[in-house]
Ligand binder design. Structure first.
Ligand code: SF4
Length: 84
């Protein structure tokens, strides 16, 4: 009789652990999706603050506008070419 009670307690404990793990995983996924959505929204709102002149702009390291991405790529290619 006592053994059945122990088995039942163990099963209930394992169910509780399973439920808690599933809830924690769902919370983590929801948080990741919320952060991604927030970042995407910020990128869409981004506007150029330096008349599109990326060279010497203080924003270039984290700017997501196409001209900034192009400028970073060009600088990287130039640096790689000088190392050869
Ligand atoms: S990095 Fe270029 S696109 Fe981005 S804000 Fe500066 S000038 Fe504008």
């Amino acid at each position: 009789m006592e053994r059945k009670t122990e088995n039942k307690d163990r099963r209930e404990f394992l169910r509780g652990v399973g439920r808690t793990t599933a809830l924690a995983a769902a919370a983590v996924v929801a948080a990741i999706l919320a952060v991604r959505s927030s970042r995407a929204g910020r990128r869409q709102d981004e506007t150029c603050s330096n008349l599109g002149i990326c060279r010497g702009c203080g924003e270039i390291s984290h700017c997501h506008l196409p001209q900034a991405i192009s400028a970073r790529t060009a600088v990287s290619a130039k640096v790689a070419a000088t190392k050869r």
